[in-house]
Design a protein. Structure first.
Length: 188
């Protein structure tokens, strides 16, 4: 016999989690997301996310992405710290998404990689898709229709490590990690 449990509604609970707020007005909020915090609830991470904290702080957020990802216009990895803009209103959400799509928003990241990057700057233009064996991972896939472009610039070299600035032209899942690894410089 098989027991199939009742499906649970996607309800995101507001939680009192401290936020490092850099800017806030009636339409948007800019948060300095700490490393280790998941952006929105998903399997295995239903509580303790940035969305849980934002709902407690703001009361309500844009509903463009539905009830599970309210206000989330863009994401950064759990293990990445940095600034994230969330939308409080649908109007702000639609406007921000359009600006990102038109490349009017600059997304700049810094990273330390293993290895000494010889060129002072460069561009990685390789498509990214799901790993053929481990579906939770992303990798460079020449057969993927999801093109991805990352521009990088060396900020400083430290022997076997290089401090880089990366600018995204596209926004694919784990793009910087995948691209830098694909050219032999995994993020430290």
């Amino acid at each position: 016999s098989v027991f199939i449990p009742e499906t649970q509604p996607d309800v995101v609970v507001a939680e009192d989690i401290p936020l490092d707020i850099l800017y806030e007005d009636a339409d948007i909020i800019v948060i300095n997301k700490p490393q280790g915090m998941v952006v929105h609830p998903a399997a295995g991470n239903l509580r303790g996310t940035l969305v849980n904290a934002l709902l407690k702080h703001c009361g309500s957020l844009s509903q463009v992405n539905g009830e599970v990802r309210p206000g989330i216009v863009h994401r950064i990895d759990k293990d990445t710290s940095g600034l994230l803009v969330a939308a409080k209103s649908d109007r702000a959400h639609i406007g921000l998404a359009a600006q990102i799509k038109k490349h009017l928003v600059t997304r700049r990241y810094i990273a330390i990689v293993h290895g000494n990057v010889k060129e002072d700057s460069g561009t990685i233009n390789k498509p990214i898709g799901r790993h053929p064996v481990d579906r939770k991972k992303m990798c460079v896939r020449e057969d993927s229709p999801r093109h991805a472009i990352t521009h990088y610039k060396v900020l400083q070299r430290f022997g076997q490590y290089t401090y880089l600035e990366c600018n995204l032209e596209t926004g694919r899942t784990h793009q910087i990690r995948v691209h830098l690894s694909s050219i032999g410089f995994p993020i430290l």
